[in-house]
Ligand binder design. Sequence first.
Ligand code: SAM
Length: 316
Amino acid sequence: MGNASLRAADGNKDDEFYTGYEDIKKELVNYAKYFKGKIIYCNCDDHNGIGLGTPKSNFLKYLADNFEAFQIKKVIATHYEKDKDHSTMYILDKDNTGDGVICFEDIAEIPMKGDGDFRSPECIELLKQADIVITNPPFSLFREYVAQLMEYKKKFLIIGNDNCRTYKEIFPLIKENKFWCGLNHVKQFCKPDGSVQNFGNVSWYTNLENSRRNEIISTGKKFYGYENMYPHYDNYDAINVDKVSDIPMDYDGVMGVPITFMDKYNPEQFEIIDGLNRYTILDVAKVNDWAKANHIHLTEINGKSKYLRILIKRKS
Ligand SMILES: C[S@@+](CC[C@H](N)C(=O)[O-])C[C@H]1O[C@@H](n2cnc3c(N)ncnc32)[C@H](O)[C@@H]1O
């Protein structure tokens, strides 16, 4: 179901996948120290229910539930109203119930001038005020969404599919250490009709430091003495490694590893040199057309193409 569901989301522009409360909690709790005194903006989040008291955005619910504990300054949520001229903004920053505790019931609803599109001038003004952006944005607009975060230099915690790592707009950000993986994958989302849909390749992405960034990958594997396990590409000066758990610890040259490497990537230990694949990342090097025209798969071994590989090198 995983990849097919994502492709469908991309093709049909079906962006209505809601994130579960427990998945949000599991990831966000690791970054609580960054939220103190900060304005958090959820710009694809509607707090009105999808039925039986279930909020559409569990992001807003989770941040409201932990507003006091995390000492958050303010939470702003906006969402897109496709068929309406005006959307509604939700703000949490003071005790409207007068019970001395700021919580979900204190969320204030404020009419918006526009439809709540995250790219609208009204939402961009809110974005400028915010310190951290947290949401699961529409899969179909992911590239544009990330470009906007970069333009306004925002800290972020967002959900996206694993293939985004290979996008020509995203891969350079990973290489430059402006975008990296969060700590968890998200396996299920709720649809507007209440049904649950499973995904195999959706993860958190962020530019907030997390514990994984400091963990040393240690596989116990060796290249020298086991050279047969690590064939050299026909057309690129690097060895191929099929699994992250097989990365040899004693090899100083360039290695091609699967994109799952990024889940464990520690920039102190390895450097990402480039990407090798059947066309996508070649866009970065501006040789995509050339490669297509010549039917060249740069990751060939004995004439047989391998799947997408990230080129890495151990740091000395
Ligand atoms: C993947 S869903 C996630 C919703 C919510 N953030 C969550 O995680 O439960 C993405 C949401 O973005 C909304 N959306 C689509 N286009 C948008 C736009 N241009 N601006 C803001 N939101 C948009 C969709 O309607 C959808 O509700």
